[in-house]
Design a protein around this ligand. Structure first.
Ligand code: BDP
Length: 588
């Protein structure tokens, strides 16, 4: 599914704003046909945004189940072609009606879907768009979860991941128009040799007898042209896409039939190569070292709602601190974030929402992770769909240098090998660029115990030596860190430490340093960096986390997870200045 973009043949308008909204605690909305008329007893809700931090009652913030959103929209009078509604993300399950007619259901809270409403509207019509959003996590959603009943008889959601289960319509909704037949998909593969570069493109379309023309421009000037469904565009004196310099060409693809142009699509293209060579990660043939963060889509009041201003601030901070990369922990981020990374020349490890496939973590369950009725074949099927949809959405972004198909899953058992082996293969097959694929390994499955990481193209490790183990004893933490990293280095693959960090309360000081103080975060990071610098196979350090973020309440968390180098309102803790000195003095 191509992302909506305005071209000569495609238009869209955003449906963001304040929609009607109500909770459906008894789950009667479908039976009572709420979509057939204006929502009764509705209040206003912002779209896009999570609803959880806009409401004020605990039962509503922590609500489990269905809520309803509704808006009216007008189909522009000139729109006589296909009309669709494109949702960038609805968390976690969405059912969509137009004027009482149920048209679609979509599962998965972090990837886009579209609903074709052509047969239900006419140009100039005003129609009612209703969306039922269910935030329930089960063993067959990603992330997974279990609904329990509390002693007080309330429904409560248990899950095995460490961020608040924000819900709602999180990203923009667009009404779009495009030709009835046209461009279905575009793939690009780019290459470099000295001062020459090239773009191999492949266009999938459903125009009978359609002929494809592809044009590559640089700041409006044509640099290469080709005809045919697939072909190569050669670029002399290429400006390669690099870290910190996200040079983008624009590819325009047009399909014409005997009557002239039928459809046009435009795509930003960065010309670069990504490869793994032994323990090195190569960008444009040169080894790179990743400096950056695991992040979250998380903000005060809007929760996981997308907001350009807040993300521009995040990118400004990444630049300020000298970061060159990020991981979309623990789900696919808004496509706008990837666009920003493309332009900024920031490398991205792109992650699926498969977090918490591990009943030993965050509250635990005391039951095995895998098995019928828990993480089983149905979960696996959905997981495969999520991997395919993520790669289909993001494959053409130059910023994406690796795929993470899961964060901290159980990985030491036969069941884990049987579950992940085929998924890793599917991810490799799905990416035309064949970027490296892996899982992010959990500390409970160290070297010698984890059986899935050896099947991956890279080693990605979340490690909390000096925090969850060796707490307060950084000398011992460094010994443990060195020993394990050296063992992993023996595998001959690049190692990225995808998480390491210490909870830190801004303003809490202690001399000598103690856990939770600003001093400890600094000493902790310095101790880890000294270890990383001594091991050649370590090609990346991603601090956990970029900023403090919301979690469910618990005795391990004080106002959420406080491992941010920035506060939740994006101001530096003391450690940010120390990290900045290290990162800004390094090569790009
Ligand atoms: C890891 C998880 C991450 C947590 C972090 C922590 O990958 O989501 O927030 O630990 O405990 O287990 O801070």
């Amino acid at each position: 599914m191509l992302r909506p973009r305005e071209t000569a043949t495609r238009e869209h308008r955003r449906l963001d704003g304040r929609w009607a909204f109500r909770f459906d605690p008894d789950d009667v909305g479908v039976d009572e046909d709420w979509a057939a008329r204006p929502l009764r007893d509705a209040r206003e809700m912002a779209v896009p945004a999570s609803y959880n931090d806009i409401v004020t009652r605990r039962e509503e913030r922590e609500y489990v189940g269905a809520v309803w959103y509704q808006t009216e929209l007008r189909i522009p009078r000139g729109w006589h072609e296909r009309v669709l509604v494109h949702f960038e993300s609805v968390t976690h399950t969405a059912t969509v009606w137009v004027d009482g007619v149920r048209l679609a259901e979509h599962q998965g809270g972090y990837l886009p879907f579209e609903v074709d409403i052509t047969d239900h509207v006419d140009p100039g019509d005003t129609v009612r768009l209703t969306v039922r959003v269910d935030n329930t996590l089960t063993w067959h959603t990603l992330p997974p979860g279990v609904v329990e009943t509390t002693a007080a008889g309330e429904r409560a959601q248990r899950y095995f991941h460490d961020f608040f289960n924000y819900a709602g319509i999180h990203r923009p909704v667009r009404l779009t128009s495009r030709p009835p037949a046209g461009i279905v998909d575009v793939d690009v593969m780019t290459g470099l040799a000295g001062r020459s570069g090239w773009v191999d493109y492949a266009v999938d379309h459903d125009v009978e007898g359609g002929r494809v023309r592809a044009t590559l421009t640089d700041a409006g000037v044509t640099v290469a042209e080709a005809v045919g469904d697939r072909g190569r565009l050669d670029v002399a004196d290429v400006v390669a896409w690099e870290i910190g310099r996200g040079h983008l060409y624009e590819l325009t693809v047009t399909v014409s039939d005997a009557g002239g142009p039928v459809d046009e699509y435009r795509l930003p293209v960065g010309i670069r190569t990504v490869a793994v060579d032994g323990h090195r990660l190569l960008l444009n043939g040169e080894p790179v070292y990743l400096r950056g963060f695991g992040m979250h889509e998380d903000h005060v009041t809007i929760g996981k709602g997308h907001n350009d201003a807040l993300w521009l601030r995040d990118f400004a901070l990444l630049e300020w601190i000298g970061a060159n990369s990020l991981r979309t922990s623990h789900y696919p981020y808004s496509e706008d974030v990837l666009d920003m990374a493309d332009r900024a020349g920031v490398l991205v490890i792109d992650e699926t929402p498969a977090v918490g496939l591990n009943t030993a973590l965050f509250g635990g369950l005391g039951a095995p992770t895998f098995g019928p009725g828990r993480v089983d074949d149905e979960t696996r099927r959905h997981h495969a769909e999520e991997i395919a949809a993520l790669i289909a959405r993001d494959k053409n972004h130059p910023c994406v240098v690796a795929w993470s198909i899961a964060n901290e899953p159980e990985s030491h058992t036969d069941e884990a090998v049987a579950y992940f082996g085929p998924l890793l293969e599917e991810a490799r097959r799905a990416d035309p660029q064949r970027r490296p694929v892996g899982i992010v390994n959990v500390m409970l499955a160290p070297h010698g115990r984890c059986r899935v990481t050896p099947l991956c193209d890279l080693v990605m490790l979340n490690r909390y030596w000096g925090w969850y183990t060796h707490t307060g004893d950084l000398a011992s933490a460094a010994v443990a860190a060195r020993a394990e990293l050296e063992a992993w280095a023996g595998e001959g693959k690049p190692i990225i430490v995808t998480e390491y960090g210490a909870d830190t309360l801004p303003g809490l000081h202690a001399l000598p340093a103690e856990p939770w103080s600003e001093e400890y975060q600094i000493e902790y990071l310095e101790a880890m960096h000294e270890v990383f610098d001594g091991i050649e196979a370590v090609v990346g350090e991603h601090i956990w986390n970029f900023a403090d973020f919301a979690t469910r309440s618990g005795i391990m968390r004080v106002g959420g997870n406080r491992k941010g180098v920035f506060t939740r309102d994006r101001q530096p803790k003391a450690a940010a200045h120390v990290v900045r000195r290290r990162w800004r003095s390094a090569a790009p």
